[in-house]
Design a protein around this ligand. Sequence first.
Ligand code: FES
Ligand code: FE2
Length: 392
Amino acid sequence: MTSTLPDLVPDAGAAAPGPQRREQTAAALRELRRYGEPGAPAISLPPDAFALPEIYELERERVFGRSWVLVAHADQLAQPGDYVSLTVAGELVLVARHTDGSLYGMSPICRHRMMPVVEAGAGNTTSFTCPYHLWRYGLDGKLVGATFMKGNPAFDPKNCRLPGFAVEQWHGFVFVNLDADAEPLAPHLARISADMTNYLLDEMVQVGSWVEEWGCNWKIAVENAHENYHVMGFHPETLQPSTPGGADPDVRADSSWATVLRVPFTEPVEPMVLPLNEEERQSLYGLFVFPTASLAAFGDQVIWLSFLPLAIDRTEVRGGILMPAALIEGADLDEVRRQSEGYAGMINAEDQRGLEAVQRAVGSRFAGRGHLSPKEPGVRVFYENLAHSLFR
Ligand code: FES
Ligand SMILES: [Fe+2]
């Protein structure tokens, strides 16, 4: 069939998707839905899943609007008044430690005229004062003062508060769910908690941390974290000698939110402090909490990463490195920090460089889907969870 000239006219863009673009989006969604069905194909995501703004908008609403997202380690929120402020797929998120010891998650958008009451970052405070007209909110998000508002009888300061999010702390990892009524996360992680007993997660301290920006779609970063197959390509000198890309991983999906990946080491890693059993000495454990959290436990260390979308083609990578308190007792903590952040930074830079190159291809007319290797079963689980999350 020959195309008529109007058929070739491009659509106006995300603001006004034409019929072709709507069909393209519908086709991508049909393919994404298939990953949740029995006998789903072992092939990579359609390139449109990374490139279409309509898909990203759906993810913002259906995935990030109602999933548990790892935002920090509790050591970053140890003292009353400590807070972390960040963005999750376009939504501003604030988590603060109250003087009563509990954590509060909230949107930092002022209830007066929308000024964010705090900038992105971290710090310690007794309250959050909006920089615009100085309304003040407590660590729990409740309004504690509003200047020159007594003359407006319609305004009820007692019922004024920042919108709350659900927060959960799991063995020191702080998760936020924008859906304040979300089902709790902990039951999904019960089996993993039992598996991780010997890693003594509650006794670990964060010795280093980082916040980076990678120029790729969040799913490019997350699918990469779900497989060890790429280690021979991206990490030939750093990770390939200890956990080769050709090793056969075991994968276990505990629920649509929690996945475990075990990768055998070339040589057992002897812990100095942790009471690891034989299998733990011989394995790297990857733990994934859909959509963004990735934890790797090996020997005496745990590295966590969370891949938070900033835009369709940009991802904030937050993470940290944990060690048992007994291991670093008496050590020069600045030196431990320098070394651990240096090591993690080197690996992260290897992934970032590679994944940004992948991102440059997603909009190409020649980009396509590929068959997955038996060495990347975790990627299939991620796709399945993505389908579940989008279409539940
Ligand atoms: S916008 Fe916050 S006090 Fe006016
Ligand atoms: Fe990697």
